[in-house]
Design a protein around this ligand. Sequence first.
Ligand code: ADP
Length: 737
Amino acid sequence: MRIGIITSGGDAPGMNATIRAVARCALDIGIEVIGIHEGWQGVIDGENKFEPFNWRSAGGILQRGGTIIGTARSEAFRTVAGRRQAARNLVRAGIDGMVVVGGDGSLTGALLLYQEWPDHLKALAAEGTIPAEKAHEPAPFRIVGLPGSIDNDQYGTDMSIGADTALNTIVEAVDKLSSTADSHQRTFVVEVMGRRCGYLALMSALATGADWVLIPEEELDPRWHYRMVEALKRGRAAGRRHDLIIFAEGARHSDGLPIRAETITEILKTRMGVEGRVTVLGHVQRGGSPTAFDRVLSSRLGEAAVNYIAGPDPTPVMIGLINNQPQATPLTEVVAKSQEVNAQMDQGQFEEALRLRGRSFLDALDLVKALSRAEPKEALKDRGRICLLTGGPDAPGMNAILRTALRIARNAGQDVIGARYGFGGLAQGDLVEIGWMDVQNWMGLGGSELGAVRHELTTDEIAEIAHNIQAWDIRGLIAVGGLETYREVGRLLDARALHPALRIPIICVPATIGNNLPATDFTIGADTALNNIVNAVDKIKYTASAARRVYIVEVMGRRCGYLALTAGIATGAEMELLPEDGISLHDLQRDTEMLRRGFDSGKKLGIVIIAEESSPYYDTDFVRRVIDAEAKGAFDVRVCILGHLQRGGVPTAFDRIQGARLGARAAQQIMDDISAGRDEVNVIGLAQRGIKITPYAEAMAAMDMENGRPRQQAFLRWRHLADKLAKPGPGEACSNA
Ligand code: ADP
């Protein structure tokens, strides 16, 4: 079998990672892969745009933005004649199917080509390009689409390739604006991409704590600007030092006319006497190295695309990520639904368009509105307090959880206090009032503003906690942290018989970089840590490209290999050593032998990722010495221990957004428990179908406590993917990344 791959339409970060995954997974099972340059136009132009991939030429591109095979918009492909020419070239090149990475437009074109294929073949037979019998009952042309679009506007996937990177680019830019805006008390107006889809605007508003957001899907009432100005004025009166308005380029007035940056600055000037500063982010949003999420997504979807195209079902599909699993949706459905939303938007049927965006989009919009208020919606009710605390070690995104939990509770009139320095603070009565405006700038802050310290409670301290709960009229507790925090919650639960005051509802919120907690697919902080690792390895690659060298990069995670394995996939590492597998000398020898063969045939750099507690017997230095010895001079070996920089820095968009969602839901759960008189202890998590609340005992029963990780870990299924993408089959020369 021989397949072609194109990247088409608007480019998106992660397209190269997709090309690499498709090419290598296909080569792995003996399918030839032709990269066709310049999208559909290249298919029409033919021959010199067709370039076969081999293992090596599909390497070294994982971290690069853009697309190495180029992309284009092709008017010719919109015509039957153009598509016939494309078919002619595909048949001549012996191509049986295509993987098309692109947006709605590119996939619409792909579907047309599929549908017309028998006609094209007949015509080609008639002109003598192919033998007549080939057009007789032709095999269908195989098509698999992959969603490549920063806008995240595609039906059939929860995330499209490039959206996470674009979102992080926006968030970083807005963070920088916010710091200067804060110093000068300014009003910033930021335009982000999204002609018909408000995903980037909405999610960046959530992640940065913006004060107003305008998206194409929402029908604005004719007096929206009065409301906006009112809200901004109230914000300033309440002590906000700067205002941030984020709008999507496709946002429209109620009459359908576009809202431009000048529209907004004019409103600010005439109604508030404020000089709005405009930033149009433009094409930087498309650029840059893909985030870890986009690299892993590209790799997973690329693999699934090859598996599908090599399988028996000829139905053309798009493979997207649904509920965190690659899933095929017929292309006819993808195209029809996308056209439906677009038509609804064009006809101004906003409500329907919003509904088609799905539940989590709607929830995010509600959340942004609840959080961007200038003051709480309801006055304080006499309902005691909810206490927030963060247990150590800290994790990026904790502040997003705290901020959101506080504001959602306060909006409902619920008083909230914070315990400083985790459970120790709660025992010592180190409790602080947190006001609405205190948390204004918390979304982008790393660590925990409350202080997160590891602390094992003594029995005396547990008694003190019981005392403080009564003294401060604490009716519910939100405990944010990792396994230590979950454990201490368990100890409070066990002490209830002795101290009845401990009978209050408690909810644990997963925040730890290692992603080793039960009842959740992700912990808050893991995405930031993963990106920190990936950025560090990218830098190592630059410095090392001149030498023949293998870097052994030690990453955190204790006895959970999540960071090590996903970082391995995202950086194209040749080896990952995980606690779940342990370290076997035999495997180490075999893999070093593979590395040696690679260096013999021109390889310059190798990356080995090792989790800090991969083996009770062999440490990182031992592994270095084994690899060094087995290298037999073919390359030298260096160790790089990333250490605490992994948990540092500002949280990524994902950690902020998911942190906000969890914080909001946790606050709601505790308030519901309080009003229903329940004293349940629960664990909240991000599950495949949304946020899930699991009883504490049930969640902890899923843990392998000896190793500090869940017994079932879904990410381990990616092990074979890591191998497939980085380890060439026999006979293939090894090459960089
Ligand atoms: P995207 O794929 O990012 O949505 P476009 O809408 O610009 O980007 O589409 C990319 C290319 O796909 C177009 O230049 C054109 O060649 C092809 N295409 C788009 N829409 C159609 C269509 N309705 N019929 C045939 N080809 C199309």
